[in-house]
Write a protein of this length. Structure first.
Length: 91
């Protein structure tokens, strides 16, 4: 009988519901991260698209992804030395 009342109180108490929902969300995100999925907001140059059989997956957001790739490769190769050079690069 005591377990019945405890379950009833948990169902009626909104703060318990919110806490349980938070725990469940955290556990699901952790599981997805352990499976190699990105669980945060998409980085600049990427966007989420629904893919059949996989759910939402990160895909390149063109043309922004190509611009960012060119800038980072330019910095890595020494072609660009400052952000201003990237901004004023010839098109």
């Amino acid at each position: 009988m005591t377990a019945f009342w405890l379950r009833t109180c948990w169902r009626l108490c909104p703060s318990t519901k919110a806490r349980k929902n938070g725990e469940q969300t955290k556990n699901r995100m952790r599981g997805r991260a352990l499976n190699g999925c990105w669980v945060f907001r998409a980085s600049i140059g990427y966007k989420y698209e629904r893919v059949a059989g996989h759910g939402n997956m990160l895909v390149r957001d063109e043309p922004l992804a190509s611009i960012i790739q060119e800038a980072l490769q330019g910095f890595a190769s020494g072609h660009f030395e400052t952000q201003a050079e990237v901004k004023h690069r010839p098109k």
